[in-house]
Design a protein around this ligand. Sequence first.
Ligand SMILES: Nc1ncnc2c1ncn2[C@@H]1O[C@H](COP(=O)(O)OP(=O)(O)OP(=O)(O)O)[C@@H](O)[C@H]1O
Ligand SMILES: Nc1ncnc2c1ncn2[C@@H]1O[C@H](COP(=O)(O)OP(=O)(O)OP(=O)(O)O)[C@@H](O)[C@H]1O
Ligand SMILES: [Mg+2]
Ligand SMILES: [Mg+2]
Lengths: 166, 166, 150, 150
Amino acid sequence: MHIKEIDLRNFKSFGKRVKISFFDDFTTISGPNGSGKSNIIDAILFVLGLSSSKMMRAERLTDLIYNVNGKNPDHAEVTINFDNADREFPLDQDVVKVKRRIQRTEAGYYSNYYLNDRPCSLSELRTYLSKSKIFPEGYNVVVQGDITKTISMSPIERRKVIDEIA
Amino acid sequence: MHIKEIDLRNFKSFGKRVKISFFDDFTTISGPNGSGKSNIIDAILFVLGLSSSKMMRAERLTDLIYNVNGKNPDHAEVTINFDNADREFPLDQDVVKVKRRIQRTEAGYYSNYYLNDRPCSLSELRTYLSKSKIFPEGYNVVVQGDITKTISMSPIERRKVIDEIA
Amino acid sequence: KKDTFMENFLAINAHFKDMFTRLSDGEGELILENWEDPFAGGLTIKAEPSGKAIHHMEALSGGEKSLTALAFILAIQKHRPSPFYVFDEIDMYLDGSNAERVAKVIKDASKDGQFIVVSLRKPMIESADRTIGVTMQEDNVSSVTGVMLN
Amino acid sequence: KKDTFMENFLAINAHFKDMFTRLSDGEGELILENWEDPFAGGLTIKAEPSGKAIHHMEALSGGEKSLTALAFILAIQKHRPSPFYVFDEIDMYLDGSNAERVAKVIKDASKDGQFIVVSLRKPMIESADRTIGVTMQEDNVSSVTGVMLN
Ligand SMILES: Nc1ncnc2c1ncn2[C@@H]1O[C@H](COP(=O)(O)OP(=O)(O)OP(=O)(O)O)[C@@H](O)[C@H]1O
Ligand SMILES: Nc1ncnc2c1ncn2[C@@H]1O[C@H](COP(=O)(O)OP(=O)(O)OP(=O)(O)O)[C@@H](O)[C@H]1O
Ligand SMILES: [Mg+2]
Ligand SMILES: [Mg+2]
């Protein structure tokens, strides 16, 4: 199983729809300061429910919707297409699609997850993801500035990472 | 006023006495990972009383004494010689010498400050230093990994930096 | 429960020793605070980069901490790979030769898993299979400028 | 007391606007939460790097945060210089062109004060007046390898 494509719509600085293809090997993302590299990582955390808004550098979830001088759409959406040929994701399909959409409303916002276009809850999604070894603590994702996190975490927290694997 | 020389004895990885000369312009310090660059910065924080042991990456002050397989001196000392030709430091001398020594004892340790080889208290040293605009919060020193500290500090803390200058 | 934990721990520790040596020329090891009952204690790391004497983890330099943290993550990856790994500027503290070493190790690890790594450094970009360029256009809109194949 | 504060604040703010533009091509400004009684509130920063729309400071990228923080420190330096400034790898988040910009600004600021900067990056090393090399010998002992003059 691997990430085949990420589809960003109005997510943070991605005001125009962008689809990025990935392969099952080693890809780098590069570009000037402030160009949107870390926003792509935040999109992965967002759609898989791997993090709080603070980790995505937003005060509220609605801060994740593209917002620039007057252009102010009312929703943002991120979709990841996984290549599931090896059936590591416990569904019998070649491609598994995980989507999350956030919609701004008068009173606040809605945030919904979808698995193959069918609405699902975060806890249902997490059950599927941990079967394919994608854990909510996301030790397989290191956000910018956080590389020494495993050194500064407490010994108990560090031991818990091994518990999860076991 | 500027730093003319730093003299390190048994401070962290400086097991052999090292004297480093500085000039009143722009100097870079470079070298491989783990070679001792940040330990020089820690020595400046140590001798001027600008930080707690945590900021110098030590659990106890005695962890600042050089300590490697069996070589285990009982004291460490850092001296800074300031060029005071412009009398910015409120003493009528061309060179002002600030020294701090930490001595391990049976029961714990001693930590002493010296101004021109005369013992002085940290608060006395701080009074002199703030007259030459070296403040305990040390906003003129940015430790490794801390460059975005002014962004993540609270608005009140940030305003206090201006209070100090005023 | 304890048996499964110990089985995983010993396997990961073996990978950690190997990975730590590859990344920093020194010796490292994972240590349980309580071997009798692992769940009653935590897990500390013994790290002696390039043959240095052992110090508190806190006293390690920025570069040494990064290498130690990476050795831990990649040891787990060797034992039980996740489908993908996403790293954002993990090489920012590293000097030239350590950045090259890390890039080689990731290139090697990418045989058993997908690695997506944000980096500004040449060693990482040159080791990757491809690089996705990102740029900011007017109106504050990010876009992908295309892909460079290595 | 309020008068001295406001006098210092307005001078520093003027320097900040200038420094922010030099470092990031955009517009920045220091904003008091309570202009009537500054001591009752804090100080926030408005940062619009290279003409972008204004966002929470939190949403800025690693490089943009570094430039903003540096503009603040250097604005104070211009107004009331400390005898020396010591920076440890302040350029680690910066891309090549921003690292060059920052190195030039520090070179310029070093006319009114002493700057001691730990760095692994070429733009900073090449702009300095001299570079002190540090290395680790056997026995875990650091030593200074000499000084390169530019
Ligand atoms: N909701 C939003 N709408 C529009 N732009 C946004 C939004 N949230 C964040 N941004 C913009 O995204 C930019 C930050 O992007 P990002 O953190 O991905 O940069 P980066 O490429 O990682 O840069 P660096 O190399 O400095 O880390 C900021 O300039 C910010 O203005
Ligand atoms: N009390 C001590 N005695 C001996 N060595 C020590 C002591 N305290 C710290 N060290 C050593 O100092 C080294 C760290 O040095 P320092 O942090 O200055 O490196 P650096 O040159 O800044 O590296 P980087 O480029 O990775 O930031 C560690 O390897 C540590 O073992
Ligand atoms: Mg970034
Ligand atoms: Mg360092």
